[in-house]
Design a protein around this ligand. Structure first.
Ligand code: CMC
Length: 378
C-alpha cells in the first residue's frame, strides 16, 4: 500500500484562486488588487484601501465621498452591543470581546441571512464602521474611563484614536496608525482568512465567518503575535532612561538565552516569506517616526537588539507584528488591545474573501488519513 502524502499545516498547498491579493515570497512583494502595498500605504487612506479590496478598484472621488459619509454615520455602537460587552468581565481577553461584539452586530443586521453581493457589501461596510468603537469602548471600560462618542468630522484613523484616548492625536501618530491599518488589511490565504472562507463555503453567513476568523486570529502564531511581541519587550524590561546601546545589549542577551532554550520568539518568521516580510520596511519606518515623536530611543535599542541576535543565530527575519507591537505601545494602547486593532484592519480582507468565496463557492472539505486502531469488536 502506498503511503498517503500528508501536507501538515497545508504548507505549500494551493487551495484556490484569489484576485484579492498576491504574495510573492521571492520578491518580498505584496499586491492588493495589483497595487504594491507600500505604495498604497504611502498615498492612500484606509477607507480607499477598503473599497479597493472589496470592489477591485480604487474609488472615484464621488464613490469615496459617499462611503466616507456612510462610514462616519455608522460608527456608533447599538445599545445591545454595548450591553453585551458590559456583560463580559474586564479581565477577559479583548479578542473575546471583539468576537462577541461581531456576533451581536450580525444578529442585529436586517439582512443577516441574505447573501447577495449587495447585502454582503453592506454588512462589510457596517462592520468596518462599527468595529473601532468596539475596541475603543473596551479599552476605556478596562481603564474605568467614560466612553467617548465618535466624531463625524474626523477620518477613520483620527476617530479611532479619538474614541480610544479622548483627545485628538498628533498628525504623525494618525499617519502611523493609518499605515498599520493598510498593512494589516489583507494577506491572501492566511489562517484567519482561510477560516472565514471555510465557514463561508458551507453557505453560512458573513458574521459567522468573521467571528470564526477572529478566533483564528487570536492565536500567537497568527495575529496574537503583535501582543506577544510586546510581552517580550516587557519581559526584557523597558527603561525609558536607558541608552539605546544598553537596551540593545540586554535584548541581544535575552534573545540568545531564549533561542538556547529552544523558545519560539513571536514576531519572527513567516510561513510564506523566508527572506523577510514585504510589509516590515513600511511598518518599521512608521515605528521609527513614533520613536522619534515620543523620544523613546531605548525602544529602538530593544528592537534592534532582538532583530540582530535572531538574524545572527537563525537568519530568521521579523514579520509585520514585530514593528506593529511597539508602535501601538508607544501610541498608548494596552498590550491586549493590539490584536483587536488587527481585527479592525483585517475585516476588510476577510470580507473581500468572503464575497469572493461566495461568488464561486465549493464546499471546503478536505480528507484525512486515519491512523487510529483497526476495526475491532465491542
Ligand atoms: N522563533 C524561533 N524559531 C523559529 C521562529 C521563531 N519565531 N520561527 C521559525 N523558527 C524556526 C523553528 O523553530 C524551526 O526550526 P527547526 O527547523 O530547527 O525546528 C524553523 O524555524 C521552521 O519553523 P516552523 O514553525 O516549522 O515554520 P512555519 O513556516 O510553520 O512557521 C510561523 C511560521 C509564523 C508559525 C513561525 O515562524 C512562528 O511560530 N513565528 C512566531 C509567531 C509569529 O510571529 N507569528 C506571526 C506570523 S506573520 C503575521 C501574522 O499572521 O500575524
Amino acid at each position: 500500500m502506498t503511503e498517503t502524502e500528508i501536507k501538515k499545516g497545508l504548507a505549500g498547498v494551493v487551495v484556490d484562486y484569489t484576485a484579492v491579493s498576491k504574495v510573492n515570497p521571492d520578491t518580498n512583494s505584496l499586491l492588493y488588487r495589483g497595487y504594491p502595498v507600500q505604495d498604497l500605504a504611502a498615498a492612500k487612506s484606509f477607507e480607499e484601501v477598503a473599497l479597493l479590496l472589496w470592489t477591485g478598484e480604487l474609488p472615484t472621488a464621488g464613490e469615496l465621498a459617499e462611503f466616507v459619509k456612510a462610514e462616519r454615520a455608522g460608527r456608533a455602537l447599538a445599545p445591545n452591543v454595548k450591553a453585551a460587552i458590559d456583560l463580559l468581565p474586564t479581565n477577559c481577553h479583548p479578542m473575546d470581546v471583539g468576537r462577541t461584539a461581531v456576533s451581536v452586530i450580525g444578529a442585529n443586521h436586517a439582512l443577516a441571512e441574505e447573501s447577495s453581493p449587495a447585502a454582503e457589501l453592506s454588512k462589510a461596510k457596517e462592520l468596518f464602521a462599527a468595529f473601532p468603537a468596539v475596541v475603543a469602548y473596551d479599552q476605556r471600560r478596562r481603564r474605568g474611563l467614560e466612553v467617548v462618542e465618535p466624531r463625524e468630522d474626523l477620518d477613520y484613523s483620527q476617530n479611532f484614536l479619538w474614541m480610544t484616548f479622548g483627545e485628538e492625536a498628533a498628525p504623525e501618530v494618525v499617519d502611523a496608525f493609518r499605515v498599520s491599518m493598510v498593512l494589516y488589511a489583507e494577506h491572501s490565504f492566511n489562517a484567519s482568512t482561510f477560516t472565514a472562507r471555510v465557514i463561508t463555503s458551507t453557505l453560512s453567513d458573513l458574521h459567522s465567518a468573521v467571528t470564526g476568523a477572529i478566533g483564528a486570529l487570536k492565536g500567537p502564531l497568527h495575529g496574537g503575535a503583535n501582543e506577544a511581541v510586546m510581552h517580550t519587550f516587557h519581559e526584557i524590561g523597558i527603561d525609558k532612561n536607558e541608552s539605546r546601546e544598553d537596551a540593545a545589549a540586554r535584548a541581544k542577551t535575552w534573545m540568545e538565552e531564549a533561542l538556547a532554550a529552544k523558545k519560539k520568539v513571536m514576531g519572527f518568521g513567516h510561513r510564506v516569506y523566508k527572506h523577510g516580510d514585504s510589509r516590515v520596511p513600511t511598518m518599521k519606518a512608521a515605528l521609527d517616526k513614533m520613536i522619534e515623536h515620543y523620544g523613546r530611543g531605548e525602544m529602538l535599542g530593544l528592537y534592534d537588539g532582538l532583530e540582530a541576535a535572531m538574524d545572527e543565530a537563525k537568519a530568521i527575519k521579523p514579520n509585520l507584528d514585530y514593528p506593529a507591537g511597539p508602535t501601538y505601545h508607544l501610541m498608548g494602547f494596552d498590550t491586549e488591545m493590539f490584536t483587536p486593532i488587527f481585527i479592525a484592519a483585517r475585516i476588510t480582507g476577510w470580507t473581500a474573501h468572503i464575497m469572493e468565496q461566495r461568488a464561486s463557492n465549493a464546499l471546503i472539505r478536505p480528507l484525512s488519513a486515519y491512523n487510529g486502531p483497526e476495526q475491532r469488536a465491542l
